[in-house]
Design a protein around this ligand. Structure first.
Ligand code: AMP
Length: 142
């Protein structure tokens, strides 16, 4: 997918938004959905997506982007307070060449724990029970 590719409504996050694929939710309102990454780079890896159809950062209205970033910080704050990491990486990829694999705009919130390096993109599938437990800790701080 190039930077100016058209939005494909069959992408996995569009399916999650439609409720066609289950996910462990952290936060939802009429404009935003946040859920646990199923193949986390660290425990507590959380994703934040807009409900508008946007492939990447260049494909979204400024007001929707501001709202998305505000919510990313709000949810990252709950990750900070709920999981007590030593650091937090916020990441966002645009285009396949940059490492994007799902072509619906999203921000990654990846907690970093000293002595436990963040894993590579696209690793092992997480345990569902663990994801639910982590999501509960984050939700408790929202
Ligand atoms: P990116 O590579 O930046 O496009 O990120 C896509 C992210 O979506 C990766 O971190 C994947 O682990 C994650 N992911 C893929 N499928 C699912 C899914 N069904 N539920 C939750 N996260 C997913």
């Amino acid at each position: 997918m190039t930077l100016n590719a058209k939005y494909a409504p069959d992408n996995i996050f569009a399916k999650i938004l439609r409720g066609d694929i289950p996910t462990v939710k952290v936060y939802e309102d009429d404009r935003i959905l946040s859920f646990m990454d199923a193949f986390p780079q660290a425990r507590g890896h959380t994703l934040v997506i807009p409900k508008v159809a946007a492939c990447n950062l260049f494909d979204i209205a400024s007001d929707d982007l501001r709202n998305l970033i505000d919510h990313t910080r709000r949810i990252a704050t709950a990750v900070r307070d709920g999981l007590l990491p030593d650091g937090i990486r916020i990441a966002q990829f645009n285009g396949e060449a940059a490492g994007q694999t799902v072509f619906h705009l999203h921000f990654h919130i990846i907690p970093a724990f000293t002595g436990n390096p963040i894993q590579a993109h696209g690793g092992q599938m997480a345990d569902l029970g663990d994801l639910r437990e982590l999501a509960d800790k984050i939700k408790a701080k929202l």
